[in-house]
Design a protein around this ligand. Structure first.
Ligand SMILES: [Zn+2]
Ligand SMILES: [Zn+2]
Length: 320
């Protein structure tokens, strides 16, 4: 018995290498998302984040430190000299525009007053307000959950489980969800490691309780709580077969399936910035063209590939 439980403890500590989870270990945090959104809107100074977000000083300091350690922000002394520092998006931070844009897009789409038909982005190159279309870098056609699949890549295997920050509900952070994402609910979803990881695993076919426990090594109690929340948000729906309750499975709703661009962009960022010498854990295939792809966004108005510097976020936070 002792040997078995020791084996289990050993196994429990290991989890499939997964770029989405690696990315979430950094960006699956409410305050971090708000800090980054503000950074993209031009915030550089500690005091500005503090005043704009009402974030406790110690929390802000620890988040900034982590973002600097992970080369998402870099700091340098202010022009005026002295000990004060300013923070700027580093290369890895700048490339987070794609997951962030995907968060904004999803939130405004499902929670914005203007509903599904509003355009939340402006493409400077063509001059149109637009939506973002997740597209294949090889054939340029749209990517969806239905026309893509993932296979093990060279870096597939196991790694020690990432221990998430304890999620004390950052209620003071979630209050900002209305401004940043049109809904506190959206920020609750994105500002977490587990909820997006569950959605990502559902995209990969892990839809039963035990599949999710096995794949993510998520504590069952935590999983129960998150599933309840995701069902309440109408991201997942619970289905049981007639034969047996034990065949209960969790399926993505339309709203859940619309998180595909977000999960895809998290995986891309995780591959690029949280990878190691072994290579990517997963490769993604586009059925329509038969190639390995990397996703990028195209403009719904002109069809061109969108580059960060040419896209303006038309949400209230970016305007302020
Ligand atoms: Zn393609
Ligand atoms: Zn355009």
């Amino acid at each position: 018995m002792a040997e078995t439980s020791e084996d289990m403890a050993e196994t429990d500590a290991m989890v499939a290498r997964y770029s989405v989870v690696r990315a979430l270990a950094i960006v699956g945090d409410t305050w971090t998302i708000l800090i980054l959104r503000a950074a993209f809107a031009g915030t550089h100074r500690f005091s500005d984040w503090q005043n704009d977000l009402g974030i406790p000083k110690a929390v802000l300091a620890s988040r900034l430190e982590r973002l600097v350690e992970n080369r998402i922000l870099y700091k340098r002394p202010t022009q005026s000299g002295g000990k004060r520092m300013e923070y700027f998006l580093d290369e890895a931070g700048l490339e987070l525009w794609e997951p962030l844009a995907a968060m904004v897009r999803w939130s405004r789409h499902w929670y914005g007053e203007e509903g599904h038909h509003a355009s939340w982005f402006h493409h400077k190159t063509c001059g149109s307000d637009c939506d973002l279309i997740l597209s294949c870098d090889i054939c340029a056609n749209p990517l969806t959950f239905y026309n893509t699949y993932a296979e093990d890549g060279p870096g597939a295997g196991l790694e020690p489980r990432i221990v998430p920050h304890s999620r004390r509900r950052a209620n003071s952070a979630i209050r900002h969800g209305d401004d940043a994402f049109g809904s506190p609910e959206a920020l609750t979803l994105f500002g977490d490691l587990w909820a997006p990881a569950i959605v990502a695993t559902a995209f990969r076919g892990g839809r039963r309780f035990n599949d999710l426990v096995t794949y993510l090594r998520i504590p069952p109690l935590v999983l129960s709580m998150r599933l309840k929340e995701l069902i309440a948000m109408d991201v997942l729906t619970r289905r049981t077969t007639k034969e047996s309750d034990s065949y209960e499975a969790f399926h993505l709703t339309r709203k859940g399936l619309d998180l595909f661009p977000y999960i895809s962009m998290l995986a891309k960022w995780g591959d690029r910035w949280r990878g190691d010498a072994d290579g990517v854990p997963l490769v993604f295939q586009h059925r329509d063209c038969g190639h390995n792809y990397k996703p990028h966004f195209r403009c719904s108005a002109c069809g061109d590939r969108l580059h960060r510097a040419d896209v303006v976020f038309l949400d209230p936070l970016a305007r302020s």
